[in-house]
Design a protein around this ligand. Structure first.
Ligand code: PAZ
Length: 400
């Protein structure tokens, strides 16, 4: 009889099997201690705390990992959202893929906005003992923007409002999410989960994973040991009788269990708000898939986005009226995106007719004074905070 896939088990069974299969990440005890102290501090202050997850997860192909599967997410949504949550007075636990974008420093990231381009060497003072070494300073044209970012960053740091916790693999992410969610219990309705990370849907279970680097060329027999040789098809199953087809690597992945169910029904505090994201590439699927996720996990909000338009529009799918609500950056305020496709804005809502919604008009009014591009997160977070406030009021006000 074949072993059932995790996806075929009950959520509780899948949780037990999954978490017993992997050793917890080495960093977990330290992260738990940091998270506990952070949460205690903010419970004491009656402050709301949001757990923002951000970036992609890796799926290792070997236990001693040389190769892994990854995804596109740079962590822009998570890092940007964290800044707007901080602006709204939340304390933020930022559970992020290591080396993905971080709140505040994202403005000066290595790939798009190299921090060195913002700097200059000023002439040395006339009386300097080292005339060849002028002080390093921020270029004039960036002073205001950098001062503003720096002040917000220092405020968050000095006031203990931001806790950065990194993960890399999908299993590390799962362990961290479970532990932090449970630690957030004392927050009750003041806890918010904002699950923006792009978590892999597929993985190779530890029991079927090669220990060592998968070999791409033949080894002499006496050196082979348990190495997967090049005349085998590696399926991630360590099959007894692998079919022979040299130089091919065929990977057989299992579905990652959907722990959203466990989060909503067990790990997260009673009364807390859970927001998940749904990413699609096919506009005709987005709303359907987001609605299905909301029904399946019975949480509070699914934010749907298309890969090609995610910087300019999202849809809020809620259990209550209006059920489907689009937030859009007005055309004139859309920042350019190399990977984006502006002509696809509105397509996922096409059946509804005119995509120019109330939100578009409102956004135009709110930001009338600024001619710069608007970040869609500046629209998402205030709306979300309103919904969270409503939920808290419902939970904390005695029934009339
Ligand atoms: O990191 P990023 O800003 O490039 O992308 C953000 C995103 C598209 C990963 C996020 O908005 C999202 O939809 N996350 C959930 C993906 C999913 O599991 O469907």
């Amino acid at each position: 009889m074949s072993t059932p896939l995790l996806g075929e088990m009950s959520p509780a069974e899948a949780e037990s099997v999954y978490f017993n299969e992997y050793p917890p990440p080495k960093t977990l005890p330290r992260h738990e201690a940091l998270a506990r102290a952070f949460i205690d501090l903010h419970v004491e202050a009656h402050r709301r705390v949001v757990l923002v997850t951000s970036g992609g997860t890796t799926v290792p192909l070997e236990a001693q990992t040389v190769r892994f599967i990854d995804n596109f997410s740079a962590g822009t949504r998570g890092a940007t959202s964290a800044e707007y949550f901080l602006e709204q007075g939340y304390a933020v636990i930022f559970l992020h893929r290591q080396y993905s974008l971080l709140p505040y420093s994202r403005h000066y990231s290595h790939s798009t906005n190299c921090f060195l381009d913002f700097m200059d060497e000023a002439p040395a003072a006339a009386d300097s003992s080292n005339p060849g070494h002028g002080p390093i300073m921020v270029r004039d044209e960036y002073q205001d923007q950098m001062r503003s970012v720096l002040r917000k960053y220092r405020y968050a740091k000095q006031n203990n409002r931001l806790l950065l916790l990194p993960f890399t693999t999908v299993s590390e992410y799962m362990f961290e999410l479970r532990s932090i969610a449970k630690l957030m219990q004392p927050l009750g309705p003041d806890a918010l989960f904002y699950l923006a990370a792009a978590v892999s849907d597929f993985f190779i279970p530890r029991s079927r994973m090669a220990e060592h680097k998968i070999q791409s060329s033949e080894l002499p027999e006496h050196m082979r040991g348990s190495a997967i040789s090049s005349d085998e098809i590696y399926t991630g199953e360590n099959e007894e009788n692998p079919s022979s087809n040299s130089r091919k690597l065929v990977i057989n992945l299992d579905p990652v269990p959907k722990f959203l169910h466990q989060l909503v029904d067990g790990w997260a505090p009673e009364g807390s708000m859970v927001v998940s994201f749904k990413l699609e590439t096919d506009p005709s699927l987005l709303v359907y898939k987001a609605r299905t996720a909301l029904q399946r996990y019975s949480h509070h909000l699914v934010i749907g986005n298309l890969l090609s338009t995610r910087k300019w529009e999202v849809v809020f799918i809620t259990p209550d009226e209006p059920h489907e609500r689009w937030l859009r950056v007005p055309k004139s305020r859309r920042s350019k995106s190399i990977s984006g496709a502006e002509d696809q804005v509105g397509l996922a809502e096409a059946k509804k007719g005119n995509p120019s919604t109330l939100e578009e008009v409102e956004a135009q009014q709110v930001n009338e004074t600024s001619r710069d591009g608007i970040e869609i997160e500046s629209l998402i977070i205030p709306e979300l905070v309103k919904l969270h406030t409503k939920m808290i009021e419902k939970k904390t006000q005695p029934a009339q």
